[in-house]
Design a protein around this ligand. Structure first.
Ligand SMILES: Cc1cc2nc3c(=O)[nH]c(=O)nc-3n(C[C@H](O)[C@H](O)[C@H](O)COP(=O)(O)OP(=O)(O)OC[C@H]3O[C@@H](n4cnc5c(N)ncnc54)[C@H](O)[C@@H]3O)c2cc1C
Length: 540
């Protein structure tokens, strides 16, 4: 029996495994490997982020979906094409195992490429998986919580500005959903007035939804403007910091919430493999075989698959777009081709004409084109919901999502913060000239090493009433004293030019210091015993 190893439990992998098992379970030993034990219905993630549906309702357990198919929850680390085996890490201790295959199917999707704009990796949220949606929701609610009580008007303004980068399908759906969520929970926050809220969407092209007709992009903009969402078209993103978004037309949006839907790339696993890549994807032939191999196949977002139907019509080489609709259709072709290959019959080239596209704009409005017919408004929104409901992979999930949507009409939106959002324990942070890193009196949150630029520390509340300052340049550090001596910040640190620091969060810094004797020795000598030991200058 031939072993078919499917890598990835998304649209491509799951629908292929299901189809193959149904059509030819006696001839193939099918195993699917994925790093999550659930399938994520990505088109519903903006609704999870906005709390319109529960997080669990946008996912289905893979073992339930793939009854009868072998499933392994593991991280794929390496592909050895010569010896036909795949290296996985599994379990709590991440033990490594090699899994053999006769046919390998790569359906690993794509990752967000956050290196395309400075500061994006460090400061932006993405919306690709359940954790992302969860983080966005909790972060927005925590912004509202703080905005309701802070006396700092500048901070309040930043907390109430929400920015989505990218005006494609996921960007448009995300800003629409977030706006609706905030509108529905805002009356729980008596000190926030609706005119203080700002929602922004930033798009490089000259219109929203550039993948659709111009009229639909214009309609989307009109709906957004009516709904008080600020649209920035023809705006390139230059830089992102912890407090703002910088655009090429000299616009600056002060914000603590940046959600990026731009930039995609294949995972490191694929980019470091021997596969030929184009446009950052694995090149396949029309039969979905990876270029140069008979037994390696790829589909979905990670693959560059020629679409014979469009190629014939347009007389130029076109490729399948990265959508769930195409990944599912490719999986059906691939299942058939694996069966045809085993019975030594001619393989079928992939050809598919898209049935159309739909997007929800929030506030019960939608937009799209189905079988060439344009739909918009409430009607489009209802079709959007009906279509995704029918597309959801399990009956129980369909019921839960439908009930959630129905309850939405009669009960208020849930404003519970279920988890605190966590950034990396150690990360680079960017500051623009004039940005405040922390202020006098604050609890210590981290230790900072200056990588680029410079910072000024100003001590105002001194015993002798004088103001003291100190400048930190690259390789200097600040923040250790307060963490290690358990006090509050005594100075205010401001970037004196555009700067970059490495920030280690408080608990990690304490742990490293406790467990690394050389560092501990260094800090016990470095830490001044008295304020006077700080080597300060008097402000003139
Ligand atoms: C917010 C959002 C909204 C969208 N809306 C729509 C829409 O309305 N309509 C539409 O058609 N498409 C939409 N899409 C696109 C659609 O979701 C993708 O095209 C589709 O998911 C691609 O399927 P795939 O199987 O190629 O990849 P994915 O569904 O991304 O699956 C990849 C799988 O591989 C696993 N994996 C990756 N690396 C590893 C590893 N190293 N080890 C183990 N497992 C690994 C992942 O966990 C995942 O299970 C949307 C996408 C997003 C993010």
């Amino acid at each position: 029996m031939k072993k078919i190893l499917i890598l990835g439990g998304g649209f491509g992998g799951v629908f292929l495994a299901k189809k193959l098992f149904k059509a030819s379970r006696k001839n193939f030993d099918i195993e699917l490997i994925s790093d999550n034990n659930y399938f994520v219905f990505q088109p519903l993630l903006p609704e999870v982020a906005s709390g319109a549906i529960n997080a669990e309702d946008a996912v289905s357990p893979l073992r339930k979906l793939l009854k009868g198919v072998k499933f392994r929850n593991a991280e794929i680390k390496d592909i050895n094409l010569k010896n036909r085996k795949v290296l996985v890490l599994q379990g709590f201790r991440k033990r490594s195992h090699w899994i053999h295959f006769d046919h390998l199917v790569i359906a690993l999707g794509q990752e967000s490429n956050l290196d395309i704009v400075k500061g994006l990796r460090e400061h932006a949220f993405t919306i690709r998986n359940l954790k992302d949606a969860y983080n966005i929701r909790n972060h927005i609610l925590s912004c509202l919580e703080l905005a309701d009580v802070t006396k700092d008007q500048l901070l309040k303004k930043r907390l109430l500005n929400f920015v989505v980068i990218g005006g494609g399908f996921s960007g448009v759906e995300t800003i629409g959903e977030i706006k609706e969520m905030v509108d529905r929970v805002i009356n729980y926050y008596p000190n926030i007035h609706s005119e203080e809220l700002q929602f922004h969407i930033v798009e490089y092209a000259n219109r929203l939804l550039p993948e659709l007709d111009e009229t639909l992009g214009k309609y989307t903009k009109k709906v957004f403007l009516e709904n008080k969402i600020i649209v920035h078209c023809e705006s390139a993103l230059l830089e992102v910091t912890g407090t703002g978004v910088y655009l090429d037309n000299e616009k600056i949006i002060n914000t603590n919430t940046i959600i990026s839907t731009i930039g995609s790339t294949v995972s490191k696993l694929i980019s470091q493999s021997k596969f030929k890549l184009k446009k950052g994807k694995i090149i396949t032939n029309e039969n979905l075989q990876v270029s140069g191999y008979k037994n390696i196949w790829a589909l979905g977002d990670c693959a560059l698959v020629p679409n014979k139907k469009e190629n014939e019509e347009k007389k130029i080489k076109t490729y399948a777009p990265p959508t769930a609709q195409f990944a599912v259709r490719q999986s059906l072709f691939l299942a058939e081709n694996l069966i045809l290959l085993e019975s030594q019959k001619k393989l079928k080239p992939f050809k598919y004409q898209s049935k159309g596209s739909l997007a929800s704009l929030g506030s019960r409005k939608g937009i799209g084109k189905i079988y060439g017919i344009t739909v918009r408004g409430l009607f489009a929104w209802m079709i959007w919901r009906a279509f995704y409901l029918s597309f959801l992979p399990s009956f129980s999930t369909k019921i839960r999502v439908l009930l959630g949507w129905m309850l939405e009409f009669i009960i208020p939106r849930n404003a519970v913060m279920t988890d605190t959002y966590k950034r990396n324990n150690i990360s680079y942070q960017y500051y623009k000239k004039g940005d405040i890193v922390f202020e006098e009196g604050m609890i210590a949150d981290g230790f900072y090493i200056v990588k680029e630029g410079s910072f000024k520390n100003t001590y105002k509340k001194t015993v002798d009433g004088k103001i003291y300052t100190k400048i930190y340049k690259p390789e200097d550090h600040f923040g250790s004293r307060v963490i290690l001596l358990g006090k509050r910040r005594t100075g205010t640190i401001v970037a004196t030019q555009d700067s970059k620091v490495l920030k280690i969060d408080k608990n990690s810094f304490i742990l490293i210091n406790q467990n690394f004797p050389i560092l501990n020795e260094y800090f016990s000598k470095y830490l001044p015993k008295e304020f006077i030991d700080l080597d300060l200058k008097i402000e003139k």
